[in-house]
Design a protein around this ligand. Structure first.
Ligand SMILES: [Zn+2]
Length: 196
């Protein structure tokens, strides 16, 4: 489920829709939690879908660390990529805000953390744009991404967290321990999955 202070709006004819903040959302806010209403299916089940359905839902799915396909039930799935994204997927089953998001600003994420299995061109045109998503971007960027994510997770306690109830008690404990024990942090390298 995505943070309640977000909405979906058209971005451009090329990009389609995107997610926008309806209020200021500070760094350290949990923006999406994978929950029991999200649809999770094996790749075999996905390839068994009727083609018209498969093509239609494919854009909105990502692979988790076990290689299963996840389709979020709400508008989290409309989040676009940015090479300077203001949120990032973590290895805790949730996405975290890594830069303050102003009211009205687009909420973006890093597709390099979602196990995309085909390289493709990017249209974000951000500062320092990578231009294309390469399959193993995570190998080269994990260090920099981990730095941003860990610093943001260490601020979890300082922010309002409307999705806190959806975080499992074990993960809550792990997150709260990161301020004093950053060595316990789970790197995004743990998210990587590749088709055999
Ligand atoms: Zn870019």
């Amino acid at each position: 489920m995505i943070h309640p202070a977000t909405t979906i709006r058209p971005v451009s004819p090329e990009i389609g829709n995107g997610v926008f903040a309806t209020a200021f959302i500070p760094r350290g806010t949990i923006i999406v939690v994978k929950d029991c209403c999200d649809l999770v299916m094996t790749r075999a089940a996905f390839f068994d879908l009727p083609e018209v359905l498969r093509q239609s839902v494919e854009t909105f799915m990502y692979h988790d660390k076990q290689g299963q396909l996840v389709l979020g039930w709400d508008h989290a799935k409309y989040m676009n990529h940015s090479c300077r994204s203001n949120t990032m997927m973590t290895d805790y089953g949730l996405e975290i805000v890594v830069r303050d998001i102003a009211a009205g600003e687009e909420v973006t994420t890093e597709y390099g953390l979602l196990n995309v299995q085909e390289p493709y061109a990017l249209y974000c045109n951000c500062v320092g744009c990578r231009g294309a998503l390469r399959l193993d971007d995570i190998d080269g960027h994990a260090g920099a991404w981990d730095e941003q994510i860990l610093a943001s997770l260490q601020s979890v306690e300082d922010c309002a967290q409307p999705l806190w109830e959806l975080v499992s008690p074990n993960v809550r404990q792990e997150l709260l321990a990161l301020k004093l024990e950053p060595q316990g942090y789970r790197s995004v390298r743990g998210l990587k999955w590749r088709v055999a």
